[in-house]
Each structure stands twice: as structure tokens, then as C-alpha cells.
Ligand binder design. Structure first.
Ligand SMILES: C[S@@+](CC[C@H](N)C(=O)[O-])C[C@H]1O[C@@H](n2cnc3c(N)ncnc32)[C@H](O)[C@@H]1O
Length: 244
């Protein structure tokens, strides 16, 4: 599927019938050849939007997978680069990749994002493509963990997709995927939590504020570089949540 190096349909099915961490362990060798890896143009747009807010000393890529977020952190962070993920398979791939030239050597930490082993350690936390793995009820706890991992004044930044209009095929594709996952999770153990439509900006902003973040209100205009829809509205934005 996706490309000759990507996973086969059978491999994807086996992954989807596993737990999230085991599923990613299985997918890891082929992950960079799937659309699930955040594309470079998206990462570069994020780095460009964050550059005027830096430089930073220590950066964390939350749910780092094979290390895509390093492309954002490396040019922005002077002293420390860390990636955290709970899939040992994904982390092994991240560690095997060539580190970015000239910057600090990245450290890879295996941990659950809902129980991070960090306190006041970072002034920038980024995350890409992973929030669909958290149920809405888990969000306050997740954001509290990030808040604790940041130094006072530190920044939590992540892209968020604008919801497609109901007339768009994407709307129905995402609704169909989420529906299929709900059926799968009702019938099969362990669950594989992955939903596209459980991370709306308004609820995310409220949960961030409740966790102690100041959230930038104009954030959804910040990623113009990744393109606009035919009606001119942005496809995605950048949430900027600062630890108060
Ligand atoms: C779609 S991948 C995204 C990887 C990478 N950030 C990227 O953009 O290419 C989602 C990643 O989140 C990780 N993940 C999901 N739930 C997690 C949790 N509770 N704690 C730590 N990592 C988690 C998975 O192991 C996987 O590597």
C-alpha cells in the first residue's frame, strides 16, 4: 500500500488489530513510506512559523514516532533535543536515523505521553500527527503532563487541521474511518484508539486553558504555507499554547 516500500494491506490490517504501541512496533520499518508520517512541507511550515518565537534551549517532540519533528526542533533548539514515544519499534528507527548536522545529539525516551518522566525540562514541546490516539477524556491529563514538562513561559505548539466542510469528500472519509474504528473497538480487544474527528480546536483550546496554558487565538492562520482550500479558508493552523 502507498508505495513499494510501504506496508501491505495485510500488514496494515494486523497492525490495526493490535494495541496502539504494538501496532506501531509492527508498522515502524515501513512507517516513513506511509502518509501517516508528517510530510516535510508541513514540518517546514511549522518551523518557519516558530522561528520568530525562538531560539529555544531544550525541545521535546511528543509522540515522536520515527523522528519527523526533529526537522522542526533541530534548527530552533540550541542545547537539547528529545523525542518521546511509547513504541520501542518507532524509537529504534528514530535512533537509527542520521541526526541533524551541527545541532545537539537527540535523545530518545520510551514513555507514555500520559505519564511523562519530565518536570520543568523544556522550553518548547511540539507534536505531530498523534492526537487522534487520545480520547477526549484523556486530553486534560495529557495537557497537564505537557504543562508539567515545560518550564514556566515554555511553549507547546502543534498543528491542527481545520474541519473539512460537510460537502467535502474528506468529511465523509474521516467520518467513515472513525465509524469503522468505533465498531472495531466495540468488537475487538485490545482497542486501537485512532479517531480523526475528536480533536476540535474549540474543545482543545478549553482543555489547554484549564491545564494552565495561554492559547493564541489567531493560531489557526499561522500555517498558510501548507495551502488553502478552494474557498480560501486555511487547511490547518498552528496552536500556540504558552505555560503561564
Ligand atoms: C501517526 S504517528 C506520528 C509520528 C510522528 N510524530 C510523525 O508525525 O511522523 C503517532 C505516534 O504516536 C505514538 N503514540 C500514540 N499514543 C502514544 C502515547 N500514549 N504515548 C506515547 N506515544 C504515543 C505512536 O507510537 C506513534 O509513534
Amino acid at each position: 500500500m502507498f508505495s513499494p516500500e510501504g506496508p501491505t494491506l495485510r500488514e496494515l490490517a494486523v497492525q490495526a488489530l493490535s494495541s496502539v504501541d504494538r501496532g506501531y512496533d509492527l508498522l515502524a520499518p515501513a512507517f516513513d513510506h506511509t502518509p501517516f508520517r508528517t510530510p516535510d512541507r508541513f514540518l517546514d511550515a511549522t518551523a518557519a512559523a516558530l522561528a520568530p518565537l525562538g531560539p529555544f534551549d531544550a525541545g521535546l517532540d511528543l509522540c515522536c514516532g520515527t523522528g519527523a519533528g526533529l526537522r522542526v526542533l533541530a534548527p530552533l533548539c540550541r542545547k537539547r533535543l528529545t523525542g518521546v514515544d511509547f513504541s520501542a519499534g518507532m524509537l529504534a528507527l528514530a535512533a537509527a536515523a542520521l541526526p541533524p548536522a551541527g545541532g545537539p545529539r537527540p535523545q530518545w525516551v520510551r514513555a507514555d505521553a500520559r505519564a511523562l518522566p519530565f518536570a520543568g525540562a523544556f522550553d518548547l514541546v511540539v507534536s505531530f500527527g498523534a492526537f487522534g490516539h487520545f480520547l477526549p477524556a484523556e486530553r486534560p491529563g495529557l495537557f497537564a503532563q505537557v504543562h508539567r514538562a515545560l518550564r514556566p513561559g515554555g511553549l507547546f505548539a502543534f498543528p491542527i487541521g481545520a474541519p473539512p466542510p460537510i460537502t467535502s469528500p474528506w468529511y465523509w472519509a474521516m467520518a467513515g474511518f472513525d465509524g469503522a474504528m468505533r465498531v472495531r473497538n466495540a468488537l475487538w480487544r485490545p482497542p486501537f484508539v485512532m479517531y480523526y474527528r475528536t480533536f476540535p480546536f474549540s474543545a482543545v483550546r478549553d482543555d489547554l486553558a484549564a491545564a494552565g496554558f495561554d492559547v493564541a487565538l489567531d493560531a489557526l492562520d499561522a500555517l498558510d504555507e501548507v495551502g488553502r482550500r478552494e474557498d480560501g479558508s486555511p487547511r490547518a493552523g498552528l496552536v500556540l499554547a504558552r505555560r503561564a
